[in-house]
Design a protein around this ligand. Structure first.
Ligand SMILES: [Fe+2]
Length: 482
C-alpha cells in the first residue's frame, strides 16, 4: 500500500469497491511491490458479487450480486490473475437483457406483485467456493452448488451430487475434516412434505472422492437464519440464533422479500445443537442469551468441553446497510470475537470475549481444524476516520494477544486467507493474503503479509483494475493449468 497524500477526512469511501467489474481478465501480474517469495506456491481463489447493478439498477441486497470467481495463481515467483462470472441463468439472461429479471434475497423484479408472486430467489452462486473431491464448486446457501472447471474457471453447470441434493440447498460454509478428508455441509430447508411442512436443517457428509456418504435432518420450530457452523473432531455444532425469518406468506405472494422479513428478536435465546459426525444426529442441546453468530472460527474438544471460536453480535442492523449498499451513510458492521465452552457432561456454557476489535471472517490454518489452534486471523472494522468497512486485519493468538494492522484511510480489505509456506513446519509459517481495494485509484491489490508478523509486508500485487468486495475464498497448495 502506498500511503495516501490526503487526510483521513478526505479519504474515499468503500463504495467504489462495490462498482461492477463487468470485464473478465486473464494476465500475469507485472506491477509488484517487493518480490513474491519462492515458498508461496498455490492457488488463491475468491468468490463474491462481481456486480451490484444491471442496466444501472442496483440489486436490492449485497447478497444478490452475481457470483464472480477471482483466481490468483502463485508459481515460480510469479502471479497470474483470472476472473470469471458463474454462468447462472440469472447472470446470462440479465446480461443479455440489461435489466433485473430474477427475484433475489432482497431484490424484487420491477413491475409489482404479478411479476414476483410465486417466484423464488435466483441462486447467484456468489458467496464462497470449495475444491473437494476433484470439483470446484461456487456456493450460495439459497441453492445448489455451481461447478466450474478448475484453472479455466469456465462454468460446467449446477451440481447436485448425483441427485442427492435435488430440491435442497447447500450452504457456503461447508468444512473439510482434516483427518478423514470428509466434507461436511448443510442447508436450510423444509421437511414433512406438503401435508406437514416443517423447517429443518439438512446435513451432508461427502467423502474425499466426492460421494455423498451420509445425510441427516434436524427439525426446527421456525425457519433458521443459519449461515455457518463449527466443526470439531467429533461434532458439528449449529447455533440457532435470534435472527428470525418471518413474513414468508408475503414473500410467496410477491409483496415483500425474504430480507424484509429478517430481524433480530431479543426475546429469542440462542440455541446450540451438537451433532455427532458419525450419525449426523443431535446428541446434546444448549441454550444461552439472545445473540447471533454469522461466522465461526475453529472448534475443538478439550476434556468434557467443546471449545468454539465465534464472531458474536447482539443485533442484525447491518442488514439495513446490505439492502442499500450504495447509501453513503450505511454502516457495514460485524461481530466480536468470542469463545464458547460447551460442557457435554454437565450442560454448562461459558463464554468469553477474545478480542475487543470488531471482527468477521475468522480464518486459521486448516490443518488445525478440529484441534487446538494457536492463532487466527480476522478482518476488522476500525474507526480510522473513513467510512466503515473492513479496513484492518488482526492476528489473534489463542490466548487473546492481538496484533492489529490498520489499513490507511481509503483502503478497504476483505477476508484474510492463510497460505502455508511450502514445507512449513509451524502453524503460522506462511503468509496472510488480503485483497485490498485502493479507493484513491479505484484499483485493487493483493497484499502478502507474513503470517507471524502482520507488520512484515512481503509484497503487493497490483491489479490493472478493481475487484468488487468479495465474501469468501480458499487457498490451495496446488496449481492448475490456466
Ligand atoms: Fe459467510
Amino acid at each position: 500500500m502506498n500511503m495516501p497524500a490526503k487526510g483521513a477526512n478526505e479519504a474515499p469511501s468503500c463504495h467504489g469497491g462495490l462498482a461492477n467489474l463487468d470485464e473478465e481478465y486473464d494476465y500475469w501480474v507485472e506491477d509488484i511491490d517487493g518480490s513474491i517469495p519462492a515458498d508461496l506456491t498455490g492457488t488463491f481463489l475468491r468468490n463474491g458479487p462481481g456486480r451490484q447493478k444491471i442496466g444501472g439498477a442496483p440489486y436490492g441486497h449485497w447478497f444478490d450480486g452475481d457470483g464472480m470467481l477471482s483466481q490468483f495463481t502463485f508459481t515460480d515467483g510469479k502471479a497470474h490473475f483470472k476472473n470469471r462470472y458463474v454462468r447462472t441463468p440469472k447472470y446470462v439472461e440479465e446480461t443479455a437483457a440489461q435489466k433485473i429479471l430474477y427475484r433475489g434475497f432482497g431484490t424484487q423484479i420491477p413491475g409489482g406483485l404479478l411479476k414476483n408472486i410465486f417466484r423464488f430467489p435466483a441462486n447467484p452462486a456468489n458467496t464462497s467456493l470449495i475444491y473437494h473431491g476433484g470439483k470446484l464448486l461456487a456456493l450460495n446457501e439459497g441453492g445448489l452448488p455451481w461447478e466450474l472447471a478448475m484453472g479455466s474457471l469456465e462454468t460446467v453447470g449446477e451440481y447436485d451430487y448425483d441427485g442427492a441434493l435435488a430440491g435442497k440447498t447447500f450452504s457456503a460454509h461447508g468444512k473439510v475434516h482434516p483427518k478423514t478428508g470428509d466434507y461436511f455441509n448443510f442447508g436450510a430447508g423444509m421437511s414433512g412434505g406438503r401435508l406437514k411442512p416443517q423447517a429443518c436443517l439438512n446435513l451432508y457428509r461427502i467423502n474425499p472422492a466426492g460421494e455423498m456418504t451420509g445425510t441427516g435432518q434436524i427439525p426446527l420450530a421456525t425457519f433458521p437464519f443459519c449461515h455457518d457452523f463449527a466443526l470439531s473432531d467429533r461434532y458439528a455444532i449449529y447455533f440457532i440464533n435470534s435472527i428470525v425469518v418471518s413474513g414468508m406468506g408475503g414473500f410467496i405472494l410477491g409483496t415483500r422479500t425474504i430480507s424484509d422479513g429478517i430481524h433480530f428478536d431479543n426475546a429469542i435465546p440462542m440455541r446450540m445443537l451438537v451433532v455427532d459426525l458419525d450419525t449426523l444426529e443431535v446428541v446434546r442441546e444448549f441454550e444461552t442469551d439472545p445473540g447471533a453468530i454469522i461466522h465461526f472460527g475453529n472448534a475443538f474438544e478439550e476434556g468434557d468441553e467443546i471449545v468454539i471460536d465465534a464472531m458474536f453480535q447482539d443485533n442484525f442492523e447491518a442488514n439495513e446497510t446490505l439492502t442499500d449498499v450504495f447509501n453513503p451513510n450505511g454502516r457495514f458492521g460485524g461481530g466480536h470475537y468470542h469463545r464458547y465452552r460447551l460442557n457435554m457432561s454437565d450442560g454448562s456454557i461459558a463464554c468469553s470475549k477474545v478480542s475487543e476489535h470488531e471482527s468477521e471472517f475468522p480464518v486459521f490454518n486448516p490443518a488445525k481444524a478440529g484441534q487446538r489452534h494457536g492463532v487466527s486471523w480476522t478482518a476488522c472494522s476500525i474507526d480510522n476516520g473513513a467510512s466503515s468497512f473492513f479496513n484492518g486485519i488482526s492476528r489473534v493468538s489463542y490466548d487473546g494477544d492481538v496484533q492489529l494492522l490498520t489499513l490507511p484511510a481509503g483502503y478497504y480489505g476483505s477476508e484474510p486467507m492463510f497460505a502455508p509456506a511450502q514445507g512449513a513446519t509451524r502453524e503460522d509459517d506462511g503468509y496472510v493474503l488480503d485483497v485490498v481495494y485502493d479507493g484513491y485509484n479505484h484499483v485493487s491489490e493483493v497484499v502478502v503479509l507474513r503470517a507471524e508478523d502482520l507488520q512484515d509486508q512481503v509484497c503487493t500485487l497490483k491489479l490493472k483494475h478493481h475487484l468488487p468486495h468479495q465474501f469468501h475464498g480458499q487457498f490451495l497448495s496446488q496449481t492448475f493449468p490456466l
